[in-house]
Design a protein around this ligand. Structure first.
Ligand code: ADP
Ligand code: MG
Length: 237
């Protein structure tokens, strides 16, 4: 994937939360975004996803100019955010087929076949007819991941997909994400699971107080160059 940020800024009122982010990351499959809470990671991811307006600057994700091509972006990207937003009145199966039929033009039969194939692949086939409330947190987060995957996105965006889960369920979700790595999927993941991000990411962006303080191949977390990254890593390990 290619992710290019040019002088990217975000203000909420008179508060600047992203302060001139500049990177051009090419030819990496998995970008891990790390940094202390409140630094602007979620804001950045929501901007890349087109859910938050750009105050100034530009974002390019592959060939998509994010500020100008929302529709294309939303057809070609999958999103999994902090709390899984499954539709509670629909079954697991319907949660996945809905978007395939309504947005991507699948027939109901094709949508169903695809959803069942994916649910089977990720060990959730026995839950197809359940409603989200009947699933564990880890299961519903995995359904949210499958829903994002079902559209065959060019890129998946994950914002702390395990933050609301206990350790056992976290493990399930991380396994699912490792599976995506094996399949050479491209994704950007914000996570505080540093051990995991070291295992899965090939490129790291470290955000601190609205700035990219360090970025580079995943090895940068082994030898931090700045006090900020050093500090952050010593607190999360
Ligand atoms: P992180 O994900 O790294 O914890 P966030 O992107 O959530 O950081 O937040 C960065 C800063 O932006 C925080 O100070 C937060 O309070 C502020 N912020 C985030 N969203 C909004 C919003 N909708 N309105 C005002 N301030 C916001
Ligand atoms: Mg966040």
């Amino acid at each position: 994937m290619r992710l290019e940020l040019n002088q990217l800024e975000k203000e909420f009122g008179d508060k600047k939360v992203l302060n001139g982010l500049d990177v051009d990351i090419e030819d990496h499959h998995i970008i891990g975004v790390i940094g202390p809470s409140g630094g602007g990671k979620s804001t950045l991811l929501r901007m890349i996803a087109g859910f938050e307006s750009i105050s100034s600057g530009q974002i390019h994700l592959n060939d998509i100019n994010v500020g100008q091509e929302k529709e294309k972006l939303h057809k070609r990207c999958g999103f999994v955010f902090q709390s899984h937003h499954l539709f509670l009145h629909l079954t697991v199966l319907e949660n996945i087929t809905l978007i395939l039929e309504k947005v991507h033009g699948y027939s109901s039969q094709d949508a169903e076949e695809k959803a069942i194939r994916l649910l089977d692949q990720f060990g959730l086939k026995q839950h197809v007819n359940k409603k989200p409330q009947q699933l564990s947190g880890g299961q519903s987060q995995r359904v949210a991941i499958i829903r994002a995957l079902a559209i065959d996105p060019d890129v998946l965006l994950f914002d702390e997909p395990t933050s609301s889960l206990d350790p056992v369920l976290t493990y399930d979700v991380l396994e699912t994400i490792l599976e995506l790595k094996k399949e050479k999927k491209d994704f950007v993941i914000v996570t505080h699971e540093i051990g995991f991000v070291k295992e899965v990411a090939d490129y790291i962006v470290f955000i601190h107080e609205g700035e990219i303080v360090e970025h580079g191949p995943v090895e940068i977390v082994e030898e931090p160059k700045t006090d900020q990254l050093d500090d952050f890593l010593s607190k999360v390990f």
